[in-house]
Design a protein around this ligand. Structure first.
Ligand SMILES: Nc1ncnc2c1ncn2[C@@H]1O[C@H](COP(=O)(O)OP(=O)(O)OP(=O)(O)O)[C@@H](O)[C@H]1O
Length: 224
């Protein structure tokens, strides 16, 4: 569905080096790498938000709808959840449906600031789902959540992906164990400038465990 042919990306200093990869429907990729290495930069590029990249860096083979869960919820604070969802084109019915999907049925009239962090993140996920995405980009969706909330959100995301074989997902995480629940493919970004050091398709949970075992040996990987 999408091909990456990034020759590099600098912000005064080089951040990303060459990044070549192909993303197909059904891919569930966990993107790991040390803090500050360029994971969000890569996600922004894939989302098409990085206008400084030369044409041809990101090739979309189909017309793709992208749902992007940023690190912050980025909902408009003066609008209700319902109104936020309508801004991305959801009908009343669709807004109710996606709120229900993320466990927020009945919260449509709430303002974002009236929600807990976990609820606000689920509301932002509902906005991603409202665009009926072909590609779901998740930037550290479990950060700052307590283990119970993080576990619930992980199960929710895994269920969403199980229900849609044609959707692809890239999830940035600092916890390699997330890959065991969520991923069928693992990317590991590292180096100066950063490149994909690992791009492994893994179908069996045991293979993911093997891979995580290897990753534990890599200095600087933030595995809990
Ligand atoms: N718009 C920008 N302007 C200047 N520097 C930037 C910009 N965006 C990213 N950077 C720099 O690029 C590097 C990579 O940042 P990025 O946020 O992509 O890393 P990350 O791997 O997502 O980090 P973290 O794991 O801490 O979220 C950092 O040094 C950051 O300061």
């Amino acid at each position: 569905m999408l091909e990456l042919r990034i020759a590099g990306r600098s912000f005064g200093k080089p951040v990303l080096g060459e990044v070549f990869a192909t993303i197909e429907r059904g891919d569930r990729i966990c993107l790991l790498g040390p803090s500050g290495i360029g994971k969000t930069t890569l996600l922004n590029a894939i989302a098409g938000l990085d206008k400084a990249l030369p044409p041809g860096s990101i090739i979309r083979r189909d017309t793709l709808r992208v749902g992007y869960l940023f690190q912050e919820h980025r909902l408009l604070p003066w609008r209700t959840l319902h109104a936020n969802l309508k801004l991305v084109g959801a009908s009343d019915e669709q807004a109710d449906s996606v709120l229900g999907q993320v466990g927020l049925a009945g919260y449509g009239h709430y303002l974002p600031d009236q929600l807990s962090l976990g609820m606000a993140r689920r509301a932002a996920l509902a906005r991603c789902l409202a665009v009926k995405p072909d590609l779901l980009l998740l930037d550290e969706p479990f950060a700052s959540l307590d283990p119970v909330m993080a576990g619930e959100l992980k199960t929710l995301i895994a269920g969403i992906m199980d229900a849609s074989a044609s959707m692809a997902m890239i999830c940035v995480t600092h916890d390699g164990r997330d890959a065991e629940t969520l991923a069928n493919r693992l990317w590991y970004l590292d180096g100066k400038p950063a490149q994909l050091q690992w791009d492994d398709a893994v179908g069996e949970p045991s293979l993911i465990s093997d891979l995580l075992g290897k990753l534990r040996d890599v200095e600087g990987v933030d595995l809990v």
